[in-house]
Structures are given as C-alpha cells and as structure tokens.
Design a binder for this molecule. Structure first.
Ligand SMILES: Cc1ncc(COP(=O)(O)O)c(C=O)c1O
Length: 454
C-alpha cells in the first residue's frame, strides 16, 4: 500500500496517521470517523504555492473550500497564506466565521441568489466569479444599492474536454457552467462589464473539470483563455489583469496511481501564458488557481467498523460497515474507486476478495467492489483512504443517520473539528404541525378503524 502524508505502519502492523494509531482513534472517537492529516494539508498548500511561484512571478492560490469546508479548515488555509474559493452563502459564512479575510475570497456559483450576492458585496469579497448574464444583472443591481464597485472575473467555457468523469467535467461547451467563448456570449458579457460604472473587469476564469491527471488539458485551457484575452484587448482595449485556471488537479485514490505532476503542471501553464503574452503583446497577468481535492484529498481517511458479513452462494462476499453513501456519496455518484486496509493488520496478506457495502437502504450503497483483504471479522476497523475531498462536504443524513465527526490529527494529537451529530441533532429542526397532534381521532376511512370494526 502507498502511504499518504504522515501515515506510517507501526512495528506491529497498525496504521498510524499524525502519530496516532487508527484503532485508537476509532476507540476514542467512534466510527465512522473522518481523520484529516493536518501536516499533509499544510504540506500540499506549501507545495502548490511554492511550485507555482517558482514557475511564474505573480501567483494567487485559492483553496476551493467546496472540497472540505469547516471553520478549522478555513483557519488553517488562512494560516498557510492562501486565498479561499467559496461557492455558496454557506461556504462564505463559514469562511467569515473563521475570520478569513474577505479580501482574499473568490465567490463562485452558477446560480447565486440575491441574498448570496448581497452577502458577498456586503462582506467585500475580493472577486465575484461571474457565471452568466443573469448574475451580472443581479450584481449590478446590488452594487448600485450598496453604492459599491464590485470586482469581477468572468467564468468562461474554453471548449476543452478534460478526460474525467462526465459529472466532474466542466470545460466543454455543453456545460451548465460559464460563458461560452465560441458562441460570443463571453465577449458580450465582457462588454457588458466594461460598459458598467459599477462592475470592474479584473480577470478571466475557467475550470475544466476535476480529478484531472494529465497536464495537457490545462495548457489548452490556458491557451484558450489567453487567446480570448487577446481578442478582448483588440476589440475593447481592455487588458485583463488576472487569469484564473480553476482547480481540477488529480490525486491518488489507489496504490500505484500518481498525482498530477505538479511541476509539469506549473511549467506548462506558465509557459503557455508567457508565450501567449509575447505573441499577442499582452502584459503578464496574475495567475490564479483554485485547487481543492489536491490539498485535502489524500489527507483524509475514513474509519469504519465492520458489522454483518454475507457470502452469496457462488457469488460475492459482502462486508457491511457502519457508514457508506451518506458519508461518501462519490462511489454512487461517479463510480469512484477507493482502497481500504484493516487498521490493525495493514501488512497481513490478502486472503479473500470482498466487497465493502454501506449500511444505507440503496443497492448502490457500495464503498468498494472486489477488493483483496485479509479475512475480516465483525468489529474490525477498516480505513478507506483518500476521502478528504468531497466526502464530508457532500455528506448527508440519509436514513436519518447522524453525520460522523471530523478530527484533525497532528504530531500525536487529535482534535475534533466537527463534532459527531446525535439523533437529537438529526431531528432538531423537525416541526410537528398542530393538526398532527396526538391522540389522533382516526376517520372511518383509515385502515385502523376498518380493522377495529371488522
Ligand atoms: C470553479 C471551481 N474551482 C475549483 C474547483 C475545485 O476543483 P478540485 O477540487 O478538483 O481542485 C471546482 C470544483 O468543482 C470548481 O468548480
């Protein structure tokens, strides 16, 4: 197994993260449990900022908080000196509650509500990344009411098809996101911003998809954006000062896989921007990127306890754990594939092929299909690796299960950064309308009264 971050295997074959064994974490905090390796998150923040800054003179890295957003995470990102990408009022609220400086926040979203736009303008976020004409109208209206100038980047669809799962591919023309360069919408939006006294066109943005492992699509997207910048300058005289290439950097989900080569990514995009500037006589813009998964993906591990084990005669062996779809919807959503280890027997040789099933009422609630593992017993703790991105942030209360806790581990210490939900939490916002008060006088048409009179 390829170890992630600070993971280590102890002499007696236990999995350790941040100096703590996973069996101990499971005993102390219960399962399912999201464990986040703080040193690994910090290392990835520094790696991205450092690698890009060596390749290009003016860089702004904003962590895409949709991948994993909590107060503690926003604090950590702020400590590391990165910016933040938020894609909703809730992510913005979380950032502001954590004390994240609004002047380092980029506000995304393809259908921001009036409330969200007002919230962003009131807070004074660094940039609104505008997705469509409707949003420009909303934004201008709010800017007028608030008597504030609002600084925007335009999200463009560059027509680049990144080879990743269809649901996480966004750069192609047929996408719900962004303003199309090809059909002239992008240029019309740019003219609209330039004509406005309240909106300031700062930059161009694109995000071509997620979990991309090849460098070429990023170079192609950068080229398309720079060509558009050149057309914009020729048509309007406006030279944008920022080029934002979004996120999408791929990580290792299973042993033997590789992350996107960060150095090659940085040199490819910076080379394209430089060359295009030279070719078109443009000034070098500030380069912005918005990695989410790359920063938190491999830092996350989910611990589960094994329960029911079922051998289908002549078929698969299903090992059910105390979580699944509600804490990790990515398998059902994108057929994501994961690897798992038994936390007290990491080095034990595999003895059988099993499929790890969740506990939710859906046949599609599977975590891993057909994985070779040592023989499992109820009570064993399994660690599913690389669950830091889009797991906690996409979790739900399906089947009215409380959401797991999240702990940050570092140097032998574990801190709860999100407390485990209780059943009371799950039902806390439910209300019973007066007409449903008990006792209930059953009407004659109900099954109960029919049965009583029979
Ligand atoms: C606009 C934008 N930026 C950044 C990201 C982060 O992507 P990733 O986590 O793949 O780096 C996303 C993800 O959906 C996005 O839509």
């Amino acid at each position: 197994m390829d170890l992630r971050g600070t993971m280590r295997i102890t002499d007696d074959g236990r999995l350790e993260i941040g100096g703590l064994t996973c069996d101990r974490l499971a005993r102390e905090f219960g399962t399912p449990l999201y464990v986040m390796d703080e040193d690994d998150i910090r290392a990835r923040c520094r790696e991205i900022a450092g690698t890009l800054s060596r390749a290009y003179p003016d860089v702004f890295v904003a962590y895409a908080s949709k991948a994993f957003s909590t107060l503690a995470m926003c604090r950590l990102v702020h400590q590391e000196g990165l910016g933040l990408d938020v894609a909703s009022g809730g992510e913005l609220y979380t950032a502001l509650q954590a004390g994240f400086p609004p002047e380092r926040i980029l506000f995304h979203g393809n259908n921001k509500s009036l409330d969200e736009v007002e919230m962003g303008v009131r807070a004074g976020v660094l940039r609104f990344v505008v997705d469509n004409m409707y949003e420009l109208d909303l934004l201008e209206g709010v800017a007028r009411r608030f008597r504030k100038r609002v600084h925007v980047q335009l999200r463009l669809t560059p027509g680049v098809d990144a080879h990743t799962h269809g649901y996480i591919r966004t750069g192609q023309l047929d996408s719900k996101f962004g303003l199309s360069i090809v059909n002239g919408e992008a240029m019309a939006a740019a003219r609209r911003v330039l004509a406005s006294e309240l909106l300031v066109l700062e930059g161009l943005h694109c995000h071509i998809g997620s979990q991309i492992l090849a460098v070429e699509p990023f170079g192609m997207a950068a080229a398309a954006i720079m060509d558009f910048a050149s057309d914009l300058k020729r048509n309007t005289g406006c030279m944008v000062r920022e080029v934002n290439l979004g996120g999408g950097l791929g990580v290792r989900y299973r042993s033997g896989e590789e992350r996107i080569p960060l150095g090659k990514y940085a040199s490819a995009i910076s080379r394209v921007i430089r060359e295009k500037c030279l070719a078109h006589g443009l000034e070098m813009p500030r380069l912005m990127v918005e990695p989410g998964r790359y920063i938190v993906g491999e830092a996350g591990t989910t611990l589960y306890t094994v329960g029911a084990i079922k051998q289908v005669p002549g078929g698969r062996k299903y090992v059910a754990v105390d979580g699944g779809l509600a804490d990790n919807p990515r398998v059902a959503l994108y057929q994501a594939s994961y690897e798992a280890v038994v936390v007290t027997r990491v080095l034990a040789p595999p003895e059988e092929r099993v499929s790890i099933a969740g506990r939710h009422c859906e046949s599609g609630d599977m975590l891993i299909w057909d994985i070779p593992l040592p023989r499992l017993q109820p009570g064993d703790v399994l660690a599913v690796l690389t669950t830091g991105a889009y797991n906690y942030s996409m979790s739900s209360n399906y089947n009215r299960y409380p959401r797991p806790a999240v702990v940050f581990v570092k140097g032998g210490m574990a801190d709860v950064v999100v407390a485990r939900e209780s059943y009371q939490d799950v039902a806390a916002r439910d209300r019973i309308p007066a007409r449903l008060e008990l006792p209930y006088e059953a009407s004659s048409s109900s099954c109960a009264s029919a049965a009583d009179s029979a």
